[in-house]
Design a protein around this ligand. Structure first.
Ligand code: BGC
Length: 755
C-alpha cells in the first residue's frame, strides 16, 4: 500500500499555533497532548488533557482537567533562548507520523555568533503503557560549543474556564520529579512525574527552582541526546498516583525510547490493519482517511467504559470535554465494524450512566431515560441553560440544547441496537443494555402527545439535529428515530422472553415494565412519521417549508458581525429554511431502507443548497447519502471536506462568543462511514451484510476490513467486482446481499461478486 504517513508543516507562523496544536495532536485515550512545541506554555495553548477527570471550580462550567506539562523544555546558548518565540529560526518543520502516533520537530537556529544549532524532538503518547508520554530531544551544532538545556514540568496551565486544582504538591523520589494535583470540586488526584535520561553527550546537571538545567558540551555535529519519560497517573486507575507515576517512569526508562517506539509501530499498525483501508488511485484521499482514523483512535477509550469520546476528542477542553450523540451516530460505526472491544466501551458508557438519564427525565417531569446533551464521566448533563452570549448585546442567550434535543435518547438506543446487530454481542443486554433501550422507549412514551382527532402520537416542542431551529413540532429525524427506539424495545422484550426468560421476569419486576409493553407497541404503531410531500420532500418539521427560502449567499450578506450566532432565538436562520447541519438527510442515510432511492435523491437535492454546514457533523452525512444513492461526484467532494477538516482547519471557531476549536472526531468517524458505508455501501441486513458499491471515478479499488457477528472479513471493491474473504476460520457462512441478490461467503473460499 502506498501511503504517505507523514503530515508536515514548514516554517514558523504565529497565526498557526492554535491550529497546529489541534492538527498535530497525539493521544492514547488516556490523555491527549496538543501539537505544540516543547518551549510553549499556556499562551500558546500547550495542554495535556486527561480523560475521566473533570472539574468545576465554582463558576458552573465543568470541564476536563489539563495537567502540568511534563514536556516543557528549551535550549539556551550565550544567554539567548533557542525557541521559536525568542530566536530566529533558520528552518523549522513540524511533523506528525500517524503510523506510530509520533510528533516530531526540527528547528535550526542561527545564533548571534554565526553558529547553527539544531533542536530536534520526537514524542508519543504510548499505547503500550497508557500513562506514558515519551520524548526524545536532540541538540547539535556546527561547531564545538557549550549550551544549556532546561527542562521541567510546567504547572502554569492553560485552562478555558479557570484553575482546576485546589492543591499542587511538588514531589521527588529516586531521581523522578513530579507534581501531585487535587481537583477543586471532587478532590480527585492526578500525578505528573518525569524521569530524565541523558543518553549521549557530555553534560553536568543542576536544578534551578523546579527546572533541571543541563550544561551540555557539544562537539561539532555530535548530538546531545536526552530522553524524558513523563508519567500521568489518575486516581481512576491508580491507588497511589504518585507511587504509580514513579514506577511507570522507571519502567519506561528501563525499556527505553527505541523499544517503546517499536511498540507504537506495532500497536498503531494493528489498528490500521483492523481498518484495512486501501484506496488505489487516490493518495490524497488515502492519507486524509487514515489521518481521520488516527485522530479518532487517539481519543478512543480502549482502556475503560467510564468515558466515551468527547466532541473535540482529547485536543483540549472545548465543549466541556463532553460526550454527545456524536459518539453513537458518527464514531461508533467504525469501532462496531472494526474494533468491537472499543465499541463495547463506548456503548457500556451509556449503560453505566442510565441513572443520570433517569434523573434527567424525572427533572423534566418524564419517566424513563432522557440522556444528557453534554454527558461527562458522571452521566449528568453538563449543558448550561444559557450556553451562548449574544455578541450584539452581551446578554446570555437561553438555548434549549439541554431541554429539547430529546433525540439523544433515540440515538443512544439506536447505537446500542446497531452495535448488537454488527457484533452479535447479545450478552450486553444482560449487562444493562436492555434497561437502557426499554427506558429510552418509556421516556418517549411519556413525552409523546396523543392527538386524538388524528389518532397519532406527535412530538412537540423539540429540537432536531439542526440546532438552528429550536422548539419545533414533529421533527422528522426525531420522530423516525423514536419509532426505531420503540421497535428496538419491542425486539428486546421478545428476545428476552425467548432467550432469557428468567431475566425477562426479573427485569419486568425490577423496572416495573409489564404494562409498558402495550404503551410502547401503541407508540410504535401510531407515531406520526412525516411522509414525502410535494417534490417528494419530507418537511424537516411542521411548518419548515413556510420559512423564507433564500440562498446561503443571501443569508451571509445579512450578517453584521463575524461570529454572530445564526440560530434560535433571534439568529438570521430562524425564520428561514437554512439549516445548520444534516437533518432529514441524516435520517435517510441512517434508515436508508425506509425510503426509496428517488425520495433520498430528492431530499438530498432539496436540503443540500439550504445547509450551512455550521457543524462539523454535516458534510460527512451529505457525502454518505450522496454515495449511497450514487451521486459519487458530490459524495467525493463532501468526503474530502470531512476527511480534511483537521488538516485544512476549515471549520468554525466560534458559536457566538463560544470557542469551539479543536479536533473533530465526529467528522473523523463520519469519514470512515462515507468510505465504507457510503462508497462500498456496507451495512447489516437480514442476519447478514449488504454491500452496494458506488466508487468515485478515480478509485480503482477500495479495500477494507470489517467484522460481523464475531468473525473478521477483508473486502476488495473494484469497478465491477467485489471480493470478500473470511479471515476467521471457525466462522459460519455469511449472507451477503448485493444489488438485491443474495450470496454466501464461506470461511474457506473467497466470494467474488460481479455487479
Ligand atoms: C452540533 C451538534 C453536536 C455538537 C458537538 C454542535 O455544533 O450542532 O450536533 O453534537 O456540536 O459536536
Amino acid at each position: 500500500m502506498c501511503v504517505d504517513w507523514c503530515i508536515r508543516e514548514e516554517g514558523v507562523d504565529e497565526k498557526k499555533i492554535e491550529f497546529l496544536g489541534n492538527k498535530m495532536c497525539i493521544g492514547n485515550g488516556y490523555f491527549g497532548y496538543r501539537g505544540t512545541l516543547e518551549e510553549y506554555g499556556k499562551d500558546q495553548l500547550a495542554a495535556c488533557t486527561v480523560s475521566e477527570i473533570f472539574d468545576d471550580n465554582g463558576n458552573g462550567w465543568r470541564e476536563p482537567v489539563n495537567v502540568p506539562n511534563g514536556l516543557y523544555t528549551w535550549a539556551e546558548y550565550a544567554g539567548e533562548k533557542l525557541t521559536v518565540l525568542d530566536a530566529q529560526a533558520e528552518s523549522h518543520v513540524q511533523e506528525l507520523y500517524i503510523d506510530t502516533g509520533t510528533h516530531r520537530r526540527e528547528t535550526v537556529f542561527a545564533a548571534g555568533d554565526g553558529s547553527r544549532i539544531k533542536v530536534e524532538s520526537e514524542r508519543f503518547a504510548s499505547l503500550s503503557d497508557l500513562h506514558m508520554l515519551v520524548m526524545r530531544c536532540q541538540v547539535s551544532a556546527d561547531r564545538d560549543l557549550e549550551l544549556r538545556v532546561c527542562t521541567g514540568i510546567d504547572d502554569d496551565i492553560w485552562n478555558i474556564n479557570g484553575n482546576h486544582f485546589a492543591e499542587t504538591e511538588i514531589q521527588e523520589k529516586d531521581g523522578v520529579d513530579g507534581i501531585v494535583c487535587r481537583t477543586i470540586q471532587d478532590g480527585r488526584s492526578v500525578a505528573v512525574a518525569a524521569k530524565i535520561c541523558i543518553t549521549a553527550g557530555a553534560s553536568v546537571t543542576d536544578k534551578k527552582q523546579d527546572v533541571t538545567v543541563i550544561h551540555a558540551s557539544l562537539k561539532k555535529d555530535v548530538p546531545f541526546v536526552m530522553e524524558k519519560y513523563t508519567a500521568i497517573c489518575k486516581e481512576t486507575d491508580c491507588q497511589d498516583v504518585w507511587e504509580s507515576a514513579v514506577c511507570c517512569c522507571m519502567e519506561s526508562a528501563e525499556r527505553g525510547f527505541e523499544f517503546l517506539k517499536e511498540e507504537q509501530r506495532r500497536l498503531w499498525g494493528e489498528r490500521y490493519r483492523r481498518l484495512g483501508i486501501e484506496i488505489k488511485g487516490d493518495e490524497e484521499a488515502q492519507q486524509a482517511v487514515l489521518y481521520s482514523a488516527y485522530l479518532l483512535y487517539s481519543s478512543a477509550p480502549a482502556h475503560t467504559d467510564r468515558v466515551a469520546i468527547p466532541a473535540r476528542g482529547l485536543s483540549g477542553q472545548v465543549y466541556k470535554g463532553a460526550m454527545f450523540w456524536d459518539t453513537e451516530i458518527y464514531m461508533l460505526p467504525m469501532f462496531a465494524f472494526c474494533d468491537p472491544a472499543i465499541a463495547r466501551n463506548l456503548v457500556m458508557y451509556r449503560v453505566r450512566n442510565l441513572e443520570g438519564a433517569r434523573e434527567k427525565a424525572a427533572e423534566y417531569g418524564y419517566r424513563g431515560a432522557f440522556y444528557p446533551w453534554e454527558s461527562q464521566e458522571n452521566g449528568k448533563d453538563g449543558c448550561t441553560l444559557y450556553n451562548l452570549t449574544d455578541i450584539f448585546t452581551g446578554r446570555k442567550i437561553r438555548t434549549y440544547f439541554r431541554d429539547k434535543q430529546i433525540h439523544i435518547s433515540a440515538d443512544v438506543a439506536y447505537g446500542l441496537w446497531k452495535y448488537m446487530e454488527v457484533t452479535g454481542d447479545k450478552e450486553i443486554l444482560l449487562e444493562g443494555a436492555a434497561e437502557v433501550i426499554l427506558e429510552c422507549a418509556r421516556f418517549f412514551y411519556s413525552y409523546a402527545y396523543y392527538k386524538k382527532d388524528k389518532e397519532r402520537f406527535e412530538f412537540l416542542d423539540v429540537t432536531g439535529a439542526d440546532e438552528y431551529h429550536e422548539r419545533v413540532n414533529n421533527d422528522a429525524y426525531t420522530n423516525y428515530m423514536i419509532r426505531l427506539t420503540a421497535k428496538a424495545a419491542l425486539d428486546v422484550l421478545d428476545l428476552l422472553k425467548r432467550a432469557y426468560p428468567d431475566r425477562y421476569e426479573e427485569l419486568m419486576a425490577e423496572i416495573d415494565y409489564r404494562d409498558e409493553e402495550e404503551h410502547i407497541r401503541d407508540l410504535y404503531e401510531n407515531i406520526y412519521l412525516p411522509e414525502p410531500g410535494a417534490g417528494l420532500v419530507i418537511e424537516q418539521f411542521d411548518g419548515y417549508l413556510k420559512g423564507e427560502d433564500l440562498s446561503l449567499e443571501e443569508l451571509y450578506s445579512r450578517i453584521i458581525k463575524p461570529n454572530e450566532y445564526l440560530g434560535s432565538p433571534t439568529g438570521l436562520t430562524v425564520n428561514t429554511q437554512i439549516i445548520k447541519q444534516a437533518d432529514v438527510v441524516l435520517l435517510m442515510s441512517l434508515l436508508g431502507d425506509a425510503f426509496t432511492e428517488k425520495v433520498k435523491e430528492k431530499n438530498w437535492e432539496y436540503y443540500e443548497p439550504r445547509t450551512e454546514h455550521g457543524s462539523s457533523l454535516s458534510t460527512c452525512i451529505y457525502a454518505l447519502l450522496a454515495a449511497q444513492v450514487g451521486k459519487t461526484e458530490w459524495a467525493y467532494k463532501y468526503l474530502m471536506k470531512a476527511a480534511k477538516i483537521d488538516l485544512t482547519g476549515d471549520y468554525k471557531l466560534y458559536l457566538g462568543d463560544l470557542y469551539i476549536g479543536g479536533t473533530h472526531p465526529a467528522a473523523n468517524g463520519g469519514t470512515w462511514m462515507v468510505v465504507v458505508q457510503g462508497f462500498a455501501g456496507l451495512d447489516v441486513k437480514d442476519g447478514g451484510i449488504r454491500i452496494d458499491p458506488h466508487l468515485p471515478d478515480k478509485w480503482e479499488e477500495l479495500k477494507f476490513c470489517f467484522g460481523y457477528a464475531g468473525s473478521r472479513y477483508r473486502a476488495a471493491v473494484r469497478r465491477r467486482e467485489i471480493e470478500i474473504r473470511c479471515e476467521s476460520p471457525e466462522s459460519a457462512e455469511l449472507k451477503v446481499t448485493c444489488r438485491g441478490k443474495e450470496y454466501l461467503c464461506t470461511p474457506d473460499e473467497s466470494l467474488k461478486i460481479t455487479y
